[in-house]
Design a protein around this ligand. Structure first.
Ligand SMILES: *Cc1c(COP(=O)(O)O)cnc(C)c1O
Length: 409
C-alpha cells in the first residue's frame, strides 16, 4: 500500500464529494474535527443573510416570519435522524454541561435512591456538574465513579441516576449502550447518555436501544461552529412524565400568555429555558445539513477504514518512536478517533501543529486524532503519518519540551 493506492481509494470513495461541503484551508491536515468541526460552505452566507435580512430588515418580526421561534426544535429535528431519534424528541439549547444539569436535576428529584453513578474517566464537565448537583441536593446523595468494565455491575436498586459518555473522549472506547440501557430499564434507573463524541461520528440508535435521555454538543462532529448550542433528547415515552427542574419561559406551555405560574409545555419544548442563540442555531442547521443524503453506516465504514489505516501505518512507522496506541484496536469498540499515549504528548502536539498537522492533546499523555470521514481523505492519513514520523525522527518536538501549557490544548 502506498500513497497512490490511497489516492485511488479517494477517487472511488462515494463520500469524497462531501468534502466540497466544507471550507478547509490548503496545506493543513485537520485532525481535530472532534473538537471543532470544519466550516460548512453554506454557513457564511446563511449567517450573513440572517444578520442582514432577518435581523436588519425583519427586526422583531423575524421571530415569526423567519421562524426563529421554532428554530431550537427545528435544529433538534434535523439532528434526530443522526442519533436514532424521532422528530419531536430533540431540542437544541444551552451547552452540554447545562443540559446535563437540567436533565439530571429533574431526574434526581424525590425518590429514595441515593447513588449517582458515572464512569471514572468521564469527561470532566459531566463529573463537575454532577458533583455540584449532588452537593446542592444533599440528602445523602453520593456520586460514585466506576471504571468502564464495572459500570454494568454497579447499576443496582440503590442507583438513582446513571450518567455516561457513549464514547470516551480520551481513548475513543465505546460503551455498550444497548446492554447498559437494558439493565437500567430492568432496574428502573434513569440514564443520561452524553453523545458529544458520538453524534455525527458513529451510528447511534437511541430509540432502538430504549434510551430515554441524552445530551450532546453540536460543534464537534456536527460542525455547528464554535460554542454552538447543545442538544437535549427526551424520548417520546419519557417526555410526558418528565418534570423540568429549570423552569424558564421558553419551556412554558403558553409562553406569550405571560402567566404568573409555570406550566410545562407538553413537548420537548419543556427542555428549553431562555432565549435561544439564533445566529448559532442557524449555523447548527448548516452543520447538520452537511450530512444530507449520507448514510451513517457508510460514514462509519469510512471512519473505520481511515482509522484502521492510521493504526496500521502507526504500527509500521510510529511505534518505534514510542507512540503507543490508546484506542481500541477492534473497530467495533472504537469511536471516530485514533489516540496514542506518549510521555511528551503535549510537546509532540505542539510540534505537529507547527507543521500544519492539527491533532489535540488530552491530559496527561494523550495525543488525539479525530477522524471526520465527511471531509477527510485517505491520503490525509498517509500524509499525517509522514508528518508525525518526520517530527519524531527529527526530534522537532523537543523545541516544545519546556513549553508552557497553553490555556487551550
Ligand atoms: C466536548 C464535551 C462536552 C462539552 O460540554 P459543553 O458544556 O458543551 O462545553 C461535554 N461532554 C463531553 C463528553 C464532551 O466531549
Amino acid at each position: 500500500m502506498d500513497r497512490a493506492d490511497l489516492e485511488r481509494l479517494d477517487r472511488d470513495c462515494p463520500l469524497s464529494p462531501c468534502r466540497e461541503r466544507f471550507v478547509l484551508p490548503d496545506g493543513v491536515l485537520y485532525f481535530d474535527g472532534n473538537s471543532l468541526g470544519a466550516l460548512p460552505r453554506t454557513a457564511p452566507s446563511s449567517i450573513g443573510e440572517l444578520v442582514e435580512a432577518e435581523w436588519g430588515g425583519g427586526l422583531i418580526r423575524s421571530w415569526l416570519d423567519a421562524g426563529w421561534f421554532h428554530l431550537a426544535r427545528r435544529a433538534g429535528d434535523a439532528i434526530a435522524p443522526l442519533i436514532g431519534a424521532s422528530a419531536g424528541e430533540v431540542a437544541v439549547s444551552d451547552s452540554t454541561s447545562v443540559n446535563i444539569f437540567k436533565l439530571a436535576a429533574a431526574l434526581l428529584r424525590g425518590g429514595g435512591r441515593r447513588k449517582v453513578l458515572t464512569e471514572s474517566g468521564n469527561f470532566p464537565t459531566d463529573m463537575y456538574i454532577l458533583e455540584g448537583l449532588v452537593d446542592l441536593l444533599g440528602g445523602g446523595r453520593a456520586l460514585v465513579r466506576a471504571p468502564p468494565d464495572e459500570i454494568l455491575d454497579a447499576i443496582d436498586e440503590a442507583t438513582a441516576l446513571v450518567v455516561l459518555s457513549h464514547v470516551d473522549y480520551r481513548t475513543g472506547a465505546v460503551l455498550d449502550m444497548e446492554g447498559i440501557a437494558a439493565r437500567c430499564k430492568a432496574l428502573g434507573v434513569p440514564a443520561i447518555w452524553d453523545l458529544c463524541h458520538s453524534a455525527g461520528a458513529i451510528p447511534v440508535e437511541l430509540n432502538r436501544c430504549g434510551v430515554d435521555y441524552a445530551v450532546g454538543c453540536t460543534y464537534k462532529f456536527l460542525n455547528g461552529g464554535p460554542g454552538a448550542p447543545a442538544f437535549a433528547y427526551v424520548s417520546r415515552d419519557a417526555i410526558g412524565a418528565f418534570e423540568p427542574a429549570v423552569t424558564g419561559w421558553f419551556g412554558h406551555a403558553e409562553q406569550f400568555r405571560f402567566e404568573d405560574r409555570y406550566r410545562p409545555a407538553d413537548s420537548i419544548a419543556k427542555c428549553l429555558v431562555g432565549s435561544p442563540p439564533i445566529l448559532s442555531l442557524r449555523a447548527v442547521l448548516d452543520g447538520v445539513a452537511c450530512f444530507e443524503g449520507v448514510d451513517m453506516a457508510a460514514l462509519a465504514a469510512k471512519s473505520r477504514r481511515l482509522s484502521d489505516l492510521f493504526i496500521a501505518l502507526a504500527d509500521e512507522r510510529l511505534a518505534r518512536h514510542g507512540l503507543e496506541l490508546a484506542s481500541p484496536r477492534e473497530a467495533a469498540r472504537r469511536g471516530s478517533q485514533v489516540s496514542f499515549r506518549h510521555a511528551h504528548a503535549y510537546a509532540i502536539a505542539r510540534a505537529l501543529i507547527a507543521n500544519d498537522l492539527i491533532p489535540d492533546f488530552r491530559d496527561p499523555d494523550i495525543l488525539r486524532f479525530g477522524i471526520t470521514p465527511l471531509y477527510m481523505r485517505h491520503v490525509d492519513v498517509w500524509d499525517a503519518v509522514e508528518t508525525i514520523d518526520a517530527v519524531m525522527a527529527g526530534r522537532a518536538w523537543e523545541d516544545f519540551r519546556t513549553a508552557e501549557r497553553e490555556a487551550v490544548t
